[in-house]
Ligand binder design. Structure first.
Ligand code: GKR
Ligand code: MG
Length: 404
């Protein structure tokens, strides 16, 4: 759906790669970004993977690292240029690790969350992730959520999405309209849903000064403010004055970013994401670091299918210090557009029931996979580019940040 963000608008297709590791008597699934640069890296790494034990994830990491030698390019991660400094090896390794854990679970007859140390919850809560949006892609009939270009539209969207999924926390993607407009929308949400924890995420579209102003306006209203200003230094400057915690999936996106961030108390909540933090086990390491340094932990989302939702759910189920409802883009894809056999992931009370079947607890539907693969070939898209798509309709659009 045509969701707006600080760098443009979502295109009619979201690219994903499906990883399948095949053993003598089983198979495991992983899911990751689908941009051509990333696909090439996955294929290069897969080339040297034959015969490796699915338990030897250290060796698999090494193979990924070796296959990337000399590759200094950034991006390729389907985040439309918003996050470019994450570790490329971690991004490539992640779907291999998830697929290996899927197989390990199947062999042991245990769900992945049990392999990761045991479930601490049976239902993983997700947030209602609201977006300003057009009513449809230009020239298309209106989609099920319709237009949301002001606070009234955002409250209407929240009502629809919460009625459908039962979410108990709300996140608004900002960085689209002038900050005062977005503050107004968050206040309107607070009035409409007084009990709901709220968050606002402009993807670093504001200056430090503007961020401080927004923080003062939303005091006592948001549970955290996500990526108001760019970079660790910008976040640290805002954090000095903001009364609420600051969260990030942009300033701190790799282990090497943690020491400078902790030293400056730049962010108080890390949004983990196994797709770029190096898989499920490294995300558990991140959780341990957050607990050590008394930082909160939440979970970031990028457009995804059911394999990723299953992996996110198992990880969250096995992470005791996950303090907030996770983000998900799930409502923004068409229901039938997935690659997994229907029915394995059940939405209940704003969350997903943690699967109890061995491994990830999902199976690939090969007909659906083939259908989506054909869509991929026909759409001709090989790279997510929200900015160029936006400029087809608004030639003057600039993704420059900070811009307010
Ligand atoms: O889907 O437009 C989007 C989001 O902005 C996404 O790309 C971000 O990675 O959800 C993300 C975020 O929290 O920054
Ligand atoms: Mg974010």
């Amino acid at each position: 759906m045509p969701l707006l963000n600080s760098v443009g608008v979502h295109e009619p297709f979201a690219l994903r790669s499906i990883m399948e590791i095949v053993t003598d008597d089983s198979y495991g699934l992983g899911e990751s970004y689908g941009d051509s640069a990333h696909l090439k890296r996955l294929k290069d790494a897969a080339h040297d993977m034959e015969g490796v034990s699915v338990y030897n994830t250290n060796l698999i990491y090494k193979i990924c690292e070796n296959s990337l030698e000399g590759d200094n390019a950034t991006g390729g991660d389907g985040m439309a240029g918003m996050v470019t400094t994450a570790s490329v090896t971690d991004k490539v390794f992640s779907p291999f690790e998830v697929a290996c854990l899927d197989i390990q679970g199947k062999i042991a007859g245990l769900p992945v969350c049990e392999i990761l140390g045991g479930r601490v919850r049976d239902n993983v809560q997700y947030s209602a992730y609201l977006f300003y949006k057009w009513g449809s892609h230009p020239g298309q009939p209106e989609d099920i959520y319709g237009e949301a270009l002001d606070s009234t539209g955002i409250v209407r969207q929240a009502q629809k999405i919460i009625t459908k999924y039962g979410f108990k926390a709300i996140k608004l993607k900002g960085g689209v309209f002038p900050p005062a407009e977005e503050v107004k929308a968050v206040k309107a949400l607070h009035t409409a849903f007084p009990e709901m924890p709220l968050r606002l995420d402009p993807n670093a579209a504001w200056t430090v000064e503007t961020s401080k102003w927004v923080a003062s306006q939303l005091e006592g209203i948001v549970e955290y403010l996500e990526d108001p200003a760019p970079e660790i230094e910008g976040m640290a400057a805002v954090a000095k004055q903001a009364s609420m915690p600051l969260a990030t999936n942009m300033a701190v996106v790799a282990f090497s970013h943690l020491p400078p961030s902790v030293a400056q108390d730049a962010v108080q909540v890390i949004l983990s994401d196994h797709h770029f933090w190096g898989g499920l086990r490294k995300s558990q390491t991140l959780a341990a670091i957050c607990s050590t340094w008394k930082m909160g932990l939440s979970m970031h989302s990028n457009s995804h299918l059911g394999i990723s939702l299953a992996a996110m759910t198992h990880l969250a189920a096995a992470t005791p210090n996950l303090d907030y409802a996770c983000d998900t883009h799930w409502p923004w894809k068409r229901d039938e557009e997935d690659v997994i056999v229907e029915g394995a992931l059940k939405w209940r009370d704003g969350g997903v029931a943690v699967p109890t079947a061995p491994g990830l607890g999902i199976e690939i539907d090969r007909e659906k996979l083939e259908r989506l693969h054909q869509q991929y070939l026909e759409c001709g898209m090989t790279k997510r580019d929200d900015t160029t798509y936006m400029r087809n309709f608004r030639p003057e659009f600039s993704p420059h940040i900070p811009r307010w």
